[in-house]
Design a binder for this molecule. Structure first.
Ligand code: PEP
Ligand code: MG
Length: 754
């Protein structure tokens, strides 16, 4: 059964559209279970019914036409119950509804299972048999497995098909739901970015100059041939003749007309070489995988390898990447910091990433740059997004593909309002963050994910509350030297002369890895990360600490922050090393003022030991991104569980409150530097709790300042008091949202002004 299932999944993943995907499923399932009928019904929300979308066994003319209204028939019953219905004689069931024109009157036994994707019933898969019989347990289990496994592919094919129909002008726009990554509205044209030499990541792209494209392809094939011949020659001594056959097979495939001609035909139809290659290779892989002979099935991997080799040469030969459209919306399966950094910032109006959640680093980076972003769009057909007209609604996590004129106009209007709001907010740049009843709270910027610190300066930040030092480490091909680090840190400290700057020691591991120091782990967020790495490498830690302190000579504004501390022994060890570095510098004759030291509170264990921490350091900084992840056991980068990740969860709020109270007993100040600090709803609660400062993405700063200047501290305290009685994040979020709307600040939580 497993082999059959894998084959179906493989075939479905290659399907052109939803119709083809379903046709494959019903055909293969009918064959595997040996029944008379297998059909698939899909929900059509507009028509409020389940439409027969594919059938092997019923009248083919009924496909696409016949259907059952919601609440009608056994298909609806399966969907309502969200569980299988297994009947040996269906016509006797009170919910049985005979479907005209399908020819189903001949069939008596019925088994229906729901197709569910992320809690949503997408449709129902049905088996029918002439003979009266109850379907076996293992048949039900098989059908359930097929439905569960394929639900994602069906959702994906549905979206892709919708987009294809758009291209042919049949449809009126497709809207996709993801997660809010960075607030704002972006209207522009899709540009797909993808990692090199990854065949599956290649997007569809149309070209005008077909001859040039053919030349690119032919050159790449010739280079691949030469490369393989070279490999063959080099390995001829080491490899047996049998093993060398593989190279001959590769060369034969490269010379075979069936492969290259198909690519050329696709290029002739206007596709670029990489896209034509991807489609052709996938078709061949498919063909081989479907073969009964295991040896031939294995050959599918060789074809794939060959495809990757040709692709590498195509990509090498293509010196110029496609131009970034005037208003670019960057689309990718997983947008990385480097992809963002490579894009011209003045053309970038939006970011869409199929992977990630609102607290992954792509989202943090987009917020730092003030670019609207939607992330975690699991069913996004990335390859088809190139050149599409797109709208990114970073408030609601929605993307519109080829939107209708009315949706477009609405968003143009909202975007205009936003620009106006941004202009008005800019006037707050130099005024203090002070509540109407006179309570002042410094607002700092988070920086360091990009080397550029100007957005923080422009936002009027009163200092840097968190400088992530990972980025300068990431963009090199080795660890930066102590002197190089002094240069980097000094730039930041000097740019913010006379203002506090908090430099955090290296926090690699988790989702941040260095190309020259890979860490491979099954559970990276629970593994060798942050201080754990640097304590194991005191030479790295000491060089960084010394560099930070040397950079601050002449400016007494430095604080040093330690990430991922989970227990007091780690803290003591780190402080001892810092003391050692400090003394070494004094011995070297440096004129040093000792910096302030702080600890990130981002692991729940420290909430319960806050007294012991606070006794040892000058300040703590709550990293709500990780604290939420660890407290709620939700991977901050995993879109599948992103709905469970919520910093407004009562547990997170109570944890921070406990930290503030515990630290105060020891005169230790508390900052919040996770993304929660930049959330206008949450900022009110943090202010009310008595947090001493907030540090956030530069793009959130003026919005938060606006709220602080409009809501009195006593009102915020009243809101906190109410919130502390609430039991769910949704209730809290809604309540605070209302408070903002009532106070005339609705524009902070949704597109537009009010
Ligand atoms: C945090 O965890 O909240 C934090 C600020 O650090 P990072 O996002 O870099 O993990
Ligand atoms: Mg963190």
């Amino acid at each position: 059964m497993l082999a059959i299932l894998q084959r179906i999944i493989q075939e479905v993943s290659q399907a052109r559209d939803i119709e083809q995907a379903l046709a494959i499923i019903v055909g293969r399932v009918k064959e595997a279970v040996q029944v008379d009928v297998c059909s698939a019904y899909l929900v059509n929300q507009q028509q409020q019914r389940y439409v027969l979308m594919a059938s092997d066994g019923l009248n083919p003319r009924a496909v696409g036409r016949a259907g059952l209204a919601f609440g009608e028939g056994l298909v609806s019953l399966v969907a309502e119950r969200a569980e299988p219905v297994n009947l040996d004689y269906a016509p006797d069931h009170p919910r049985f509804h005979f479907l005209l024109d399908t020819g189903e009157q001949e069939f008596n036994a019925f088994l229906g299972v729901p197709i569910i994707h992320h809690r949503k019933v997408l449709g129902v898969l049905v088996l029918q048999q002439r003979a009266r019989r109850r379907f076996e347990e293992d048949e039900t289990a098989f059908l359930l497995t097929v439905a569960a496994q394929l639900a994602g592919a069906i959702a994906h094919a549905e979206v892709s098909g919708g987009i294809d129909r758009l291209v042919t002008g049949i449809n009126g726009g497709v809207s996709l739901k993801g997660l809010p990554g960075s607030p704002g509205v972006g209207i522009g044209t899709g540009l797909v970015v993808y990692p090199p030499a990854d065949l599956d990541a290649v997007p569809d792209r149309q070209v005008e100059d077909i001859d040039a494209e053919l030349e690119v392809f032919e050159d790449a094939v010739n280079l691949a041939k030469a490369d393989i011949r070279g490999l063959q020659a080099r390995l001829s001594v080491a490899l047996s003749e049998d093993d060398q056959v593989l190279f001959d097979a590769y060369l034969q495939m490269l010379s075979s007309a069936s492969l290259t001609d198909q690519v050329k035909t696709r290029i002739g139809e206007g596709s670029w070489a990489s896209g034509a290659l991807r489609a052709t290779i996938n078709e061949h892989v498919q063909m081989f995988k479907a073969m009964e002979d295991p040896y031939m099935r294995e050959r599918a991997e060789d074809i794939k390898d060959l495809g990757r080799r040709i692709l590498r040469f195509i990509q090498k030969g293509r010196h110029k990447p496609p131009p970034y459209p005037e208003k670019t919306i960057l689309v990718g399966d997983e947008i990385t910091a480097t992809m963002l950094a490579e894009a011209p910032i003045d053309r970038l109006v939006g970011v869409i990433s199929a992977k990630g959640s609102s607290s992954s680093h792509v989202a943090i980076l987009a917020r730092a740059l003030g670019i609207p972003a939607v992330v975690g769009l699991k069913d996004l057909p990335v390859a088809r997004m190139e050149g599409q007209s797109l709208i990114t609604d970073g408030y609601n996590g929605r993307v519109y593909v080829s939107p209708s004129a009315s949706i477009r106009n609405e968003y143009v209007h909202l975007a205009r309002e936003e620009t106006q709001m941004t202009t008005e907010l800019a006037e707050l740049r130099d005024v203090p963050a002070q509540t109407p009843d006179g309570f002042r709270i410094p607002l700092y910027a988070n920086s360091g994910l990009l080397s550029d610190i100007s957005p923080s300066l422009l936002s009027g930040a009163e200092g840097i509350g968190l400088y992530r030092t990972e980025f300068p480490f990431m963009v090199r091909d080795r660890f930066p030297t102590e002197d190089e680090q002094v240069g980097i840190y000094r730039q930041v400290i000097e740019a913010f002369a006379n203002k506090p700057v908090v430099l955090r020691t290296l926090d690699i591991g988790g989702d941040k890895s260095l190309p020259y120091f890979p860490i491979q782990e099954d559970n990276p967020f629970l593994g060798w990360r942050g201080i754990r790495v640097t304590l194991d490498h005191p030479e790295l830690f000491l060089a960084q600490i010394r560099a930070m302190m040397r950079a601050s000579i002449g400016h007494d504004t430095l604080s040093i922050l330690l990430p991922m501390i989970t227990n007091i022994s780690e803290l003591d060890e780190a402080l001892a090393l810092i003391e050692q570095g400090y003394k070494e510098l004094l011995e070297d004759g440096e004129q040093l003022v000792k910096p302030q030291f702080g600890v990130m509170i981002e692991v729940p264990s420290l909430i319960y030991q806050i007294g012991a921490v606070a006794k040892r350091v000058d300040f703590v900084s709550v990293g709500t991104n990780d604290l939420t992840q660890y407290l709620l056991a939700v991977d901050r980068n995993n879109g599948s569980v992103a709905e469970l990740y919520d910093s407004l969860s009562p547990a997170v709020i109570m944890a921070i409150k406990q930290v503030v109270e515990g630290a105060a007993l020891h005169g230790c100040t508390v900052s919040v530097c996770g993304e929660m600090a930049g959330n206008p709803r949450a900022a009110l609660l943090l202010l009310a709790m008595g947090v001493d400062s907030l540090s956030m993405s530069a793009s959130s700063l003026l919005r938060v300042k606006w709220v602080i200047r409009r809501v009195s501290r006593s009102r915020a305290q009243q809101l906190l008091e109410d919130v502390l009685k609430m039991e769910t994040a949704a209730e809290i979020s809604q309540y605070l949202g209302h408070a903002l709307v009532e106070g005339g600040m609705g524009g902070l939580i949704r597109a537009g002004y009010n």
